[in-house]
Design a protein around this ligand. Structure first.
Ligand SMILES: C[S@@+](CC[C@H](N)C(=O)[O-])C[C@H]1O[C@@H](n2cnc3c(N)ncnc32)[C@H](O)[C@@H]1O
Length: 244
């Protein structure tokens, strides 16, 4: 079980003593991944979260690049279906769960993806940079509030190229209308630690993104916030210091 010490970030005070990232990924056993596309991406997305998967796929089509890092890969559905701008993209997959990594890598074998086993809330160990970083349906699986989750955004900002983009989506727990099915799923998933999004709303998502990137766009469809973020701050600050 991985425990992560809370820390004082550059721009936001992380306000929990420790977070446990295990429950948010432990559920992704092989049989869950087998059912995931139908149950989560076809049924829950449309019926509970009121944001059909095609909305999220359109975001991939628009923003994925020829050198892409996907974080929290699940079954690899969106990377399998999206249109890359080049014939032979360089694809990297990062996930805390080996089942997810294996499942997605098998599905995307035609791209020969590079696999990275790791926790998005831990310091990033990748040294390369990517023109696009996808973070789809991951933040709501992480524990804590969006200030804690902001650590992941700040770490990932370090591996986005100057012209690159970080994009994705997350299910919000506050400030959106949950229908009966959404309320039921929210309650069960949050109780079991599969989701940690009861406090997540559009404003705090935007704040967490703006702490890591200079240019941020957030749109809400149903209970889902889609975001895209450009011009990573970490590097602007570091490069500014170097230049000075
Ligand atoms: C809801 S699935 C999303 C799958 C895919 N991105 C999609 O949109 O369908 C969440 C994925 O994030 C992974 N995950 C959960 N917590 C994580 C963490 N702390 N670090 C890295 N990956 C994590 C899970 O193992 C799972 O593969």
């Amino acid at each position: 079980m991985k425990m992560l010490e809370a820390e004082r970030g550059d721009t936001a005070v992380v306000d929990t003593a420790a977070v446990d990232t295990a429950p948010g990924q432990a559920v992704y056993r092989p049989w869950v991944l087998f059912a995931y596309d139908l149950y989560v991406l076809k049924l829950s997305c449309s019926l509970a979260w009121r944001c059909p998967a095609r909305v999220l796929l359109a975001q991939y089509d628009r923003l994925v690049s020829g050198k892409h890092l996907d974080v929290g890969v699940g079954t690899g559905y969106f990377l399998d279906r999206c249109r890359f701008p080049v014939e032979r993209p360089e694809v990297h997959l990062l996930d805390l769960n080996e089942n997810s990594l294996r499942h997605a890598a098998r599905r995307l074998a035609r791209y020969q993806p590079t696999q990275h086993l790791g926790d998005v809330l831990a310091p990033i160990e990748l040294t390369e940079r990517f023109d696009s970083v996808g973070l789809n349906f991951l933040l709501h699986c992480l524990p804590g509030n969006l200030r804690v989750k902001g650590r992941a955004l700040r770490e990932l900002a370090k591996v986005v190229t100057d012209e690159g983009v970080l994009f994705g989506s997350t299910i919000l727990g506050r400030g959106v209308a949950h229908n009966a099915m959404a309320r039921k799923l929210m309650a069960v998933y949050n109780r079991r630690g599969i989701f940690g999004n009861e406090e997540d709303d559009e404003a705090t998502l935007r704040e967490a993104l703006e702490a890591a990137f200079e240019r941020v766009d957030v749109r809400v469809v149903g209970c889902v916030a889609s975001f895209e973020a450009r011009s990573p701050r970490a590097r602007s600050a570091a490069e500014g210091r170097e230049a000075g």
